[in-house]
Design a protein around this ligand. Sequence first.
Ligand SMILES: *Cc1c(COP(=O)(O)O)cnc(C)c1O
Length: 382
Amino acid sequence: MSWQHITDFIHKLYNTEEFVPLHVPTFAGNEKKYLLECIDSTFVSSVGKFVDRFEEEVALYTGASAAVVCVNGTNALHMAMLLAGVDRGDEVLTQALTFIATCNAISYIGAHPVFLDVDRDTMGLSPQALQQWLEEHAEIRSATCYNKSTGRRIKCCVPMHTFGHPVRIDELAHICAQWHIELVEDAAESLGSFYKGKHTGTFGKVGAISFNGNKTITTGGGGMLLFQDAELGRQAKHLTTQAKLPHRWEFVHDHVGYNYRMPNINAALGCAQMETLEQFVLNKRETAKRYAEFFSDVPGITFISEPENARSNYWLNAVLLPDKEAQLSFLKYTNDHGIMTRPAWELMNRLPMFSHCQTDSLENTLWLAERLVNIPSSVRNV
Ligand SMILES: *Cc1c(COP(=O)(O)O)cnc(C)c1O
């Protein structure tokens, strides 16, 4: 099959004959100004006004009671699960269709992921799959959830808002509450995405955002923790700053802490990017609309639109091909013709570190994995 009309469309959409990458950052505002200000102040490291301001702005935008910066999204997820009480030997329920960071963070604690299916429309953890798996495999003893076959405590559930599309987070929250499981949201990809009017990452106990270079906004590298409980936010600040007790000259620490602070120079970039975030999201939503219109006339290809009740940031646009063979052919053609596309991440349960982990049927996950392709999604110059 020839896919030329598709590569032509994408070249035109991005107004270039050149290679179209999947996602690149846009610096269109005060980035240089704030970076210079930061350097001139000499406060380029772990304290400074940009850190406080970035946290305040993200909290304001997301409606979180507290927001705490981290060095990257992976560290933010690690910290989020520690704060949710995940301990060595616990199990954490998550999806196989995610980026490795989710599972690495679980592994840093010495906990074990269990991979459950996603819904086809959200591509995120399925409430139905979660409920069904818990009914079959879990039991509650003294207000604690245990896996009946492994005997391990099931402490936490970490859904991920895939490609920026919100999962059915209210249903997941409800199920987790019933089963005494803490909810942590991997909102790394979903800054700017709302579910029923509430920002993703603010439904669970903790939410983690990423500001890596390929995300909707970037600080070079960076992450942020979102809290509904401001007291937990204060704990996060303490633990991410080496658990040092405030004192003018003494170095006393009351806990094994982490140096997970985002430097002020990265936060300077973040403050500038926050000023253009909403503009970026609107731009990306317009791009998604153009894709949706275009692909509605392309037989055999389905463009994935935002799920019900959601306002998606459309971080990475995605299409579904009819089968694995078409997926491969599409990937090859587009990458050969100046359009960067890629399939979803290799499923976590297929990686050597996690191939022994418990899963359910993963029916929709497997179905999506052999059809899904991400297509260029950067903010367009308009
Ligand atoms: C980007 C991302 C992260 C965090 O990545 P960092 O590069 O460490 O900021 C975590 N989870 C998912 C699903 C991601 O896409």
